[in-house]
Design a protein around this ligand. Structure first.
Ligand SMILES: [Mn+2]
Length: 295
């Protein structure tokens, strides 16, 4: 039986600061590409973080497109799908509104062709469960799983999950935006990773959709435009902070300069002219010009 897996779509209407394109249009285009490529009839499981925030206004703006590209999918909710990370607010989220439209949410064991799916929504880590339909079991969960070393003091290792829960033939996880898989004793753990590059740290990240067909696991790279994610905003911000600090230091220096033959404005100019060309220099020149005109 053939099915496909995605995770961490983070659909949103606002543009993350690292992106130079229209983020929302790109998400929809990618999802459409995925559905076309795997076939619209191929079941698609999504391991949480469908939306970037729980706010329902997100869905109101995007209703038609999102319902169309996710029609027929099966999902669990991630921490980002919830308000305040609490499932008590679930009913007022964009995720719940989507579910009311396309019935995608899994909150109990789902009979899924040759398999049965055991969903563990955010806040519920994988647990031991018994088979309900007498079929091979798939666990799908939104919890932080890593392959090699933990990036911080949280989460669980893929191999640990595979050894602790032998009743699941396949374990699908979301939350960690990196793509990896692990095989133990003929059983697969797949952390498909995010669909979108959300921060400049993911500039060279290649999103994939994974197709599972019996023992065959195929990772299909999803086309991306590398230049659409940038760290320019970080460089600019660092430069700005550095410039401001340098500027304040120079102002202080000029004010205290042991040179009574010049007034403040002339002293400032004197210091500026000695500086190497930089953003700071041009900023100080602007200040100097304004001060000079006021005299
Ligand atoms: Mn996520």
């Amino acid at each position: 039986m053939k099915f496909a897996v995605l995770s961490d779509l983070h659909i949103q209407y606002e543009n993350p600061v690292c992106r130079l394109d229209e983020y929302y249009e790109t998400v929809c285009r990618k999802l459409e590409w995925v559905r076309e490529t795997i076939g619209w009839d191929t079941p698609l499981l999504i391991a949480g973080d469908i939306f970037d925030t729980g706010k329902p206004r997100n869905l109101l703006k995007m209703h038609g497109d999102v319902c169309r590209v996710l029609d027929g999918c099966k999902t669990i909710y991630g921490n980002h799908d919830l308000s305040f990370r609490a499932d008590s607010y679930l009913q007022e989220t964009a995720y719940a509104a989507l579910d009311r439209a396309i019935h995608c949410h899994m909150d109990r064991v789902v009979d899924f062709g040759e398999y049965e799916i055991h969903p563990f929504n955010f806040g519920h880590e994988i647990e031991h469960e018994r088979s309900v339909y007498g079929k091979p079991m798939i666990a799908i969960s939104h919890q932080f799983v890593y392959k090699e070393k933990p990036p911080f003091d949280a989460g669980v290792q893929a191999l640990h999950l595979l050894t602790k829960f032998p009743e699941y033939a396949i374990i699908l996880t979301g939350d960690n935006h990196q793509h990896f898989s692990e095989i133990y004793d003929g059983r697969l753990l797949l952390n498909n990773g995010s669909l979108m590059r959300m921060t400049s740290a993911q500039r060279i990240y290649q999103p994939v959709v994974t197709v599972i067909d019996g023992d065959k696991v195929t990772e299909i790279p999803i086309p991306i435009v590398y230049d659409m994610v940038t760290d320019r905003h970080i460089v600019y911000n660092n430069d700005k902070i550095l410039s401001r600090d340098t500027m304040l230091a120079y102002m202080e220096l000029v004010r205290n300069a042991d040179n009574e033959t010049y007034d403040f404005t002339s002293n400032l100019l004197h210091k500026i002219l000695d500086m190497p060309d930089s953003m700071t220099k041009s900023l100080l020149m602007e200040i100097y010009e304004e001060l000079k005109e006021e005299v």
